[in-house]
Structure formats: structure tokens, C-alpha cells
Design a protein around this ligand. Structure first.
Ligand code: AMP
Length: 150
């Protein structure tokens, strides 16, 4: 059932759309790139969150950055996958949100990113909000509004 039936998009809380941390595939700072690439390929995701040993959010890592790192002049330098660690190549320059942010803050963040990570007040990883989940709600909103007009 659509969340929009009784509410406008702006009234929906991030809590209602987030994928909770326990359902999110992640890697850790000290994992070798080989492990990260395995997680990414097996899960089918293009990028996943990176957490520290205390499960605080520190960044994201994706397939493209890993493949770029191991790309030599003429071939892939596969041995780098076991030599290099996630912390050496992950992206830390990305926005995060908390559950207190509005869904419109989420919408703003997923314009430039396929998903945005949520953290709590102490920086512990709380889950993700995906572009897909927001677009699905917007689509429902458009259908319901057009039905109401008929
Ligand atoms: P989606 O909008 O479902 O296609 O997801 C967009 C991106 O969000 C994926 O490519 C992943 O990078 C990330 N993502 C979505 N769901 C998960 C999950 N359960 N665990 C880790 N990353 C996820």
C-alpha cells in the first residue's frame, strides 16, 4: 500500500523508506580490495558503504574505483587486489543524512548519488536511502494525484 495515500511526499519520514543497516552489504576499512570486489560482484551493487571496526560510517567504495586502481598500462595488475586495502581507495567525500532529515533532503542527496548513507548522532552507520525508493514514492504520488483529478 502506498505511503502517499494519507500523506504528501514531504510528510514522509526517512524512517519509512530507509534500508536498515543489518540489510545493507558493507565492507570494512582494513579489508583487502579483493574482498570488496567480491562483495560488489556477488551482491550486484555498484558501490557499498565502508565501516570502521566500531561500525561507524567512513565512506563508500565502488567497482569502478577498484578497477581503476588495479589498471596498469596494458593489463590489470591483479596482485594489487590483495596488496591494497579499502581505506586506500574509498571515497570519503560524500554526503550523509540522519533520520531527522526530511525526505526532501534525501531527494536532494540522491540527485547526484544512487544512494545516500544514514548515520546516527555519533556517526554509527544506520542504513541507506536509495534513489529507487524515493523515485517509487514520487511515482505513486503522481499516479494518485492524477487519479484524484479524474
Ligand atoms: P537501487 O536503487 O536499489 O538500485 O540501489 C542503488 C545502489 O544502492 C546500489 O547500486 C548499491 O550501491 C546501493 N544499495 C542498494 N541496496 C543495497 C544493499 N542492500 N546493500 C548495499 N548497498 C545497497
Amino acid at each position: 500500500m502506498s505511503l502517499i495515500k494519507d500523506k504528501q511526499l514531504a510528510d514522509i519520514s526517512i524512517n519509512e523508506l530507509l534500508i536498515p543497516s543489518e540489510k545493507v552489504a558493507h565492507v570494512q576499512l582494513n579489508n583487502p580490495l579483493e574482498h570488496a570486489l567480491l562483495v560488489l560482484v556477488k551482491s550486484g551493487y555498484s558501490a557499498v558503504p565502508v565501516l570502521d571496526a566500531k561500525y561507524k560510517f567512513v565512506g563508500i567504495i565502488g567497482k569502478t574505483v577498484i578497477l581503476n586502481q588495479i589498471l596498469g598500462l596494458e593489463s590489470f595488475e591483479i596482485e594489487k587486489l590483495s596488496e591494497m586495502k579499502v581505506k586506500e581507495v574509498m571515497n570519503t567525500e560524500i554526503p550523509t543524512l540522519t533520520r531527522e532529515n526530511s525526505i526532501l533532503d534525501g531527494l536532494n542527496a540522491v540527485i547526484d548519488h544512487p544512494f545516500v548513507c544514514l548515520v546516527d548522532q555519533e556517526g554509527y552507520f544506520d542504513g541507506i536511502l536509495t534513489r529507487r525508493s524515493i523515485l517509487k514514492e514520487i511515482k505513486k504520488n503522481i499516479y494518485i494525484n492524477s487519479y484524484k483529478k479524474q
